[in-house]
Design a protein around this ligand. Sequence first.
Ligand code: MG
Length: 257
Amino acid sequence: MKRKLLLTMLLASGFCAANAQEKAKPEDTEVYSPVPPEIKPGKKCGEAPSDAIVLFDGHNLDQWVMADDRNAPAKWTVNKGILTVNKQSGNIETQRTFTNYQLHIEWQVPSNITGSGQARGNSGIFLASLGKGDAGYELQILDSYNNKTYTNGQAGSIYKQFVPLANPTLPPGEWQTYDVIWTAPVFGSDGTLVFPAKVTVLFNGVLVQNGVELKGPTQYIGTPAYRQPHGASPIKLQAHGDKSEPLSFRNIWVREI
Ligand code: MG
């Protein structure tokens, strides 16, 4: 008896579902609002789209300050449309702060680069700068063209957390691109972590980080962890202390998400 009842119920529910499907129209699932904003993409590869905040377009460092003294203008060199690291002056970071964003940045290891391992064309992008020194979440920049080092410290790595999925590094002297989608960590009102930071990175158009969830800010020594809650943060570029020739940057822009 019980089995017969169950069978009757199943048949009836199946019939109802099929009936509802017949009545559904294509337009039931068509969305007309909100309408995505119309923007103009960059004309050339790497050029900022119309709604981007341009952080460096070859002219000046108005958008940048010294990371160790946010009242001081950035002391890196701008020459012939290119920004070059000044290792003596230290890290620079944006005036503005950001939460979630899309970042485009191009970098070049000089063709006369010397050194090896981490001491060859080392710089980095701190996707959220958390104060002085190297504090923050570092997307590594390094000459990883025929240059061995630990894999979670090569170009395209989230330093000492995530090895890149591939190594598309071009030889020194060529321009390389990073396109980054950054989702900032979310902290509760009591300061505890609700959602970790998340990042996707395309390196010379190749996916190298696919929505990885960061374990915390970058740690040179020890295990990363979210120890301090924070909000919107600047984006910082690293003046690494190694003795190799300094890197250059161009076409830096960001779109807030
Ligand atoms: Mg670095």
